[in-house]
Design a protein around this ligand. Sequence first.
Ligand code: SF4
Length: 96
Amino acid sequence: MTIKKLSPEELLGINKFAVDEDEAHIVLDKAICATCKEKPCLVVCPAVLYTLKGGEVNFDYAGCLECGTCRVVCKDKGIIKWTYPRGTFGVAFRCG
Ligand code: SF4
């Protein structure tokens, strides 16, 4: 039997997401993010949901793994809301 080793991207692609289009479970205040010098969210999110475009932090809560890391490292409190998604929404881990 051969066991295929999956890349992180392949493993993340196995998960299923029920995205709550009506209510984001994570919300940023981009004015605060703009003044944050370190922007740790750009490097800690395992799903790479935070990106920098034109100097502005962009974020899409779809694909969130609900690990809470961004909430912990956001020392300037640019994340003004962090909750788990409402019932029936969010990530369903399919591999482990
Ligand atoms: S909770 Fe985890 S996966 Fe979701 S956005 Fe924050 S760091 Fe990324």
